[in-house]
Design a protein around this ligand. Structure first.
Ligand SMILES: Cc1cc2nc3c(=O)[nH]c(=O)nc-3n(C[C@H](O)[C@H](O)[C@H](O)COP(=O)(O)O)c2cc1C
Length: 185
């Protein structure tokens, strides 16, 4: 099996990370992988916000905790009661991808970029997890202030985010559904 297939098949959502920060060169490669994703009409309508500052990571986490505590979702409401709760599983690097509101398919473009980044992380031996909980955060009052602090450009919407760091777990793949392919020859 070639290396690309091995990377695709071995990537897992990692939900426990080591404290150690990833190397700057590794971060740059992950960001480059995101920017080389395909995008509708080559619009590249994305902006990448990398958060490695512990205080800011804490602030984002607490804002998510508050939001999820009022979400009406029993599972989330229970999860955030844990004092050790971390929406990004204590990953040392958290990346938010925001899309230009003027672009036709910005949300899809941002998602494709994030997937490229998850795969490039795996190829570098770095764990990652797609984190969706943030999506509704920026429409709240606290979220709007955070958005400013994060320097997300005006007219860009934070669509996707991911946690990155060295793995502190090696999960096995959840089983994949069967009978989901039709090949017509
Ligand atoms: C759009 C999307 C949103 C997701 N949001 C979260 C999330 O908020 N938290 C989380 O732990 N995992 C999240 N995941 C990861 C999925 O739970 C994971 O991909 C799935 O269980 C399959 O496991 P695997 O990635 O190891 O193959 C998300 C994945 C996608 C594609």
């Amino acid at each position: 099996m070639n290396e690309t297939m091995k990377t695709i098949l071995s990537r897992r959502s990692i939900r426990a990370f080591k404290d150690e920060q990833i190397k700057t060169e590794e971060l740059q490669l992950i960001l480059e992988a995101g920017q080389f994703a395909p995008s509708a009409m080559n619009g590249q309508p994305w902006h990448f916000t990398v958060v490695q500052n512990k205080e800011l990571l804490h602030k984002i986490n607490e804002a998510c905790r508050t939001l999820l505590a009022k979400s009406g979702n029993k599972m989330f409401e229970e999860r955030v009661k844990d004092p050790n709760f971390s929406v990004f599983y204590h990953a040392p690097t958290f990346i938010i991808i925001s899309g230009d509101e003027k672009a036709m398919l910005a949300q899809i473009d941002c998602a494709v970029a994030l997937q490229n980044m998850l795969l490039s992380a795996e190829s570098l031996g770095i764990g990652s997890c797609w984190i969706h909980a943030l999506a509704s955060l920026f429409s709240t009052e606290e979220g709007a202030a955070l958005r400013k602090e994060l320097g997300i450009p005006d007219q860009y919407t934070p669509f996707c985010s991911g946690a990155f760091g060295y793995k502190a777990m090696e999960p096995t793949a959840p089983p994949r559904k069967e009978d989901i392919v039709s090949i017509i020859k």
